[in-house]
Ligand binder design. Structure first.
Ligand code: PA5
Ligand code: NI
Length: 186
């Protein structure tokens, strides 16, 4: 039996917590089709497979209704001129929102219905954003430093990555002279 309540020790500088039952690394090879510059992707992958971000996950399992916590650390960098970002997904369940809290760093939270509606929320430490159900979400790190954010969602929400891979977000965040620019996809 689990001894409730569960508390975690969170290091906001690092974007890590203890105890942490699950760490998922996402390397370039895990999201290679997400980046626009496919020849640069192939070129990098011939040499190495850089770590783009990491997800630390904690399921708060109870007997009734379960929340989950995920802390994501996105490293700074670009693939070609496109900033490091998460894969992005839509929740499988159509009634499932999420709350995101940016703890460290700067960038954009991209929200897209994948049916014509798009928002880019400028993101920095201290911003909390509610992601409504049915909106695909992706975070882009445009800074020179780690970007850390917390996501809280229902365990049953489910992650649909295929729909994002198929349709893509309406805009990409590209670096021009080191500054982020939103570029519409055709
Ligand atoms: O639940 C969420 O939305 C987040 O915890 C993400 O899963 C996390 O940020 C990693 O992004 P993705 O799942 O798109 O790889
Ligand atoms: Ni989500």
């Amino acid at each position: 039996p689990i001894d409730y309540p569960i508390s975690l020790d969170f290091d906001a500088e690092n974007g890590t917590f203890e105890p942490c039952p699950q760490v998922t690394p996402r390397h370039l090879s895990d999201l290679k089709e997400m980046f626009s510059d496919q020849s640069t992707v192939a070129q990098i992958l011939r040499e190495n497979d850089p770590l783009i971000y990491e997800i630390r996950y904690y399921p708060f399992t109870t007997t009734k209704s379960d929340m989950a916590l995920a802390v994501t650390r996105i490293f700074p960098g670009t693939i070609g001129n496109e900033f490091y970002m998460t894969k992005g997904h839509k929740h499988q369940r159509e009634d499932q929102p999420e709350v995101y809290y940016c703890v460290r760093g700067e960038g954009f939270l991209l929200l897209d219905t994948l049916e014509g509606e798009f928002r880019a929320i400028p993101w920095r430490a201290g911003v909390i954003t509610h992601i409504p159900p049915m909106w695909a979400h992706r975070v882009v790190n445009t800074g020179n430093d780690l970007l850390v954010f917390i996501g809280v969602f229902h365990l049953s929400a489910g992650h649909d990555y295929d729909i994002v891979a198929r349709k893509g977000f309406a805009y990409r965040v590209l670096s021009r002279n080191g500054k982020p620019e939103l570029i519409k996809q055709d």
